[in-house]
Design a protein around this ligand. Sequence first.
Ligand code: 2RA
Length: 372
Amino acid sequence: MLDPRTAEGSGVSSGRREGPDPPGPKPSGKGEPAVKSVAVVGASGAVGEVMVRLLEERKFPVGSIKFLASERSLGKSVKFRGEAHPIQLLTADAFRGVDIVLSSTPGSISKEFSPLAAKAGAVVVDNSSAFRMDPDVPLVVPEVNPGDVAGHKGIIANPNCSTIQMVVALKPLHDALRIRRVIVSTYQSVSGAGQKGMDELRAQVRAEVEGRPAPRPAKFAHPIAFNCVPQIDDFLPDGYTKEEMKMVHETRKIMGDASILVSPTCVRVPVLYSHSESILVETERPITPAIARDLWAYAPGLKVVDDPSQLAYPMPAPARGEDHVFVGRIRQDLGNPHALLFWCVGDNLRKGAALNAVQIAEELLKLDPVGA
Ligand code: 2RA
């Protein structure tokens, strides 16, 4: 069953069907998941482009695909499996007959269109922040809480990039040692702010190197070239930013534990791709680097790169294009046997966004009766 709603009488049975096939997924062969009708919303954006490449790379069972966007993108086309598909206008009608929607649009667009897609019978994997804290919407990182996918009511939220990579690393520690507190400082690349963020860094670096006055900041509050900006998203009255509070609330929801304390500082750095995080974790049971390494050795989606003698540690540039979250610089806290420090790096456009969304869609396939 792809859609738990079908069990509640929405008209499509979850088992073998009598009579003519309804529109939508078709079995593609014995033992193969049924092919899906897929729509990608926002396919020409920085995350959307990666989503499309991942659907190809991971051989997602796409029966038909369409690419939807606002009027601004009309006239453009998206190449998928060697074929150019013109971008179509994002309307409620465009979701008719679609099984899975992968959406990467600003929250305001998601708020309007994701419920319409769900109403039309699709399951939406929504990359915006619009629904992440909605109690009726699962917030999923497949390495952490894949089971939550089954509780969807038509929309599944993809968490924020800085949260995703952190919880992949925290989950094995929490399961074994119970995390009490996390102190995290992020070093977030400009691609987290989309194509415009990358363009702004490149333009400012070029101007600086050529000795010209740098273009005024537009995407970021201050010049980002040769600088660090300790502000991502808007400030809240208590002095935290929205990005920081995403790390607090989303971590608790994904890990299913509201008692975890998270103390975040989010910083934009002049790096094009991949976010880095310096993390101190405090656990109920004592923790050591050896224990953490053992717990991480078989953690899904995670690789330890930690050999100071070889100057080996995770870094954002080599993490670009990688699916794994990388951890290294693993150290005991100097004064606390219940605390450990480490450095965590992940490609924010891949695991931090597009890959996680496609993995959620893959979890949906598992709910479908195989070859039914
Ligand atoms: C950023 N967290 O890096 C955002 C993207 N989701 O700006």
